[in-house]
Write a protein of this length. Sequence first.
Length: 219
Amino acid sequence: MHSEDDLLPLSGLQHLLFCERRAALVHLEQEWGENRFTVEGRNLHEHVHEAGRESRNQLRIARGVRLRSLRLGLTGVADVVEFRRVEAPAGVEIPAASGRWQPFPVEYKRGRLRSEEGYAVQLCAQALCLEEMLSATILEGAIFFGATKRRQRIAFDDTLRKATEAAAARLHVLLKGSQTPPPLFEPKCEKCSLLAVCMPKVAGWRKSAARYLEGVLDE
Ligand code: SF4
């Protein structure tokens, strides 16, 4: 179990699974850079959070829901948590509504429908936070893609739960180590908003230059 002071941002999981160096640059060195993808993503999240609560007969929708898990050592915000009316004993009780309601987290992402491990792990971490906070069991949620307005359902099976727990543990090790991993240029770097800060091509050149000088001086 972690203490309140030990909690890390849940959003760090997605950075971690994209690139450990990115996670360290953002959370250890407080670096940030915007590109088209991050601006579109931020606008989408702000729009979702501002929409307010919704209430229908069989459905309650909460937005911008604060999350925390002492077990995983994470804190964050869920874009949307839907509560769907179910038969007892399933679900949980919610304020100002009778009956039982099944929590169903929904994370909003820019662009078109696609599968990314980081998205599934981030959503599963939200579900694990909700399970701990509400003493609930949550078996699935969804990722909503803004460009196509389509949902991708994600099952929180054992494999995904274990991957999420491992990612949370790895994030704690990485950020407690206080050491940012070195850059390694890969095709995904072209999409990374920290490309200009990270300079993986230049840093790679510097490393080969250092190796070259080491070799020259050893001769
Ligand atoms: S530019 Fe590449 S190496 Fe650097 S943080 Fe981004 S993904 Fe990682």
